[in-house]
Design a protein around this ligand. Sequence first.
Ligand SMILES: Cc1ncc(COP(=O)(O)O)c(C=O)c1O
Length: 418
Amino acid sequence: MNPGYSELRTKYSELIFEEVKMNSQEWMALSEKVVAHTYARYPVVLVKGKGTRVWDADGKEYLDFVAGLAVCNLGHCHPKVVKAIQDQAERLIHVSNFYYIQPQIELASLLCKHSFAKKVFFCNSGAEANEGAIKLARKYAKEKMEGDKYEILTMERSFHGRTLTTLTATAQEKFHKGFAPLTPGFKYVPFNDLAAVRNAIGSKTCAVMLEPVQGEGGVNCPLEGYLKGLRELCDEKGILLIFDEVQVGMGRTGRLFAYEEEGVVPDMVTLAKSLGGGVPIGALLMKDQVAEGFKPGDHASTFGGNPLVTAAGVAAVTAILEEGMLENCRKVGGYFLLKLKEMASKFSFIQEVRGRGLILGMELKMEGGPIVKQMMEKGILINCTMGNVLRFLPPLIVKKEEVDQVVNTLEEVFRGIS
Ligand SMILES: Cc1ncc(COP(=O)(O)O)c(C=O)c1O
């Protein structure tokens, strides 16, 4: 039986003074009362994490192949990130961007050193990073392009965030419902169709924006030559190419940045999710000339790049680069892909297996939600997107044996339904 609200309140206030153990049911009951219902949550209350594992409020252990939806690329509570946060929290947590901020400068230097970028703007989330990219594309166009250009082309099945403008950039109708009027100035084209982009570019177009590998849209990889073709087309038309690497950046594909895979250099890249090893941070990486579009006062964020999150970011990026995570991602990711493809030859309801590095998708000919639930009961967290694509996003430190555990458990679940 669920406890009553007043009973929970009493326990909750006690929690502030002394540790009172509430079980999962009690936490969930309290959440239903006080937290906005914007998520259809699974009935799990996660309270602790270490590496590839998390634990719920009742002590049950899970192998985590969701990793906070590609946030915990380093695994949970990576010791270097924890130490950086502890040290920085004791020194300086926040100051205004009116002043120079040491860890912010260090993180920007690291990102510039390891990418095409010459300038970085920091914000707090993926949507904000994309919002910044969209604003900069328009501003840059006003100042540097001929005519009145403001339109941005985005791809069907894309996902760019939930602010009004980034959900407009997101070319999936289900996210638009109920929010009209949307931001003007976006046009949608099918992903992986170069000719469609060429046809859609008009006198108002200032940029093409896309995820180099689509995440929420079902783990869709670019066809060979597609990204290169887009770069050539944007150069030919004198417009900007923006890569949203919020989900696939920071090592997820086996390179620090997904654009490196095919050597296609965009004009801007947006990052967030795993950039801070788990703390909320976003970033817009820019070429020098493009960055000139923003003048002091054009764009800002109170918390953007604050000392605490950028100190965590420095630790996270350093760990990704120094601890062999990219190599591990490529090696274990390749093994995982092979194992999932082997499964596809055993179960006829698997439509396709695809992905890159450690962002892998298994498209089913049925709903994936019940599979996710059964895996969870067996102590494994996976995700489903687009209704029927099982998505696997383990931390980049994952071991082959853990992949085996997931594959074997998934086979067990599949055998139960076939
Ligand atoms: C590719 C991509 N862009 C943008 C976002 C939005 O990021 P945030 O939720 O941090 O605003 C997401 C989130 O899933 C994403 O996958």
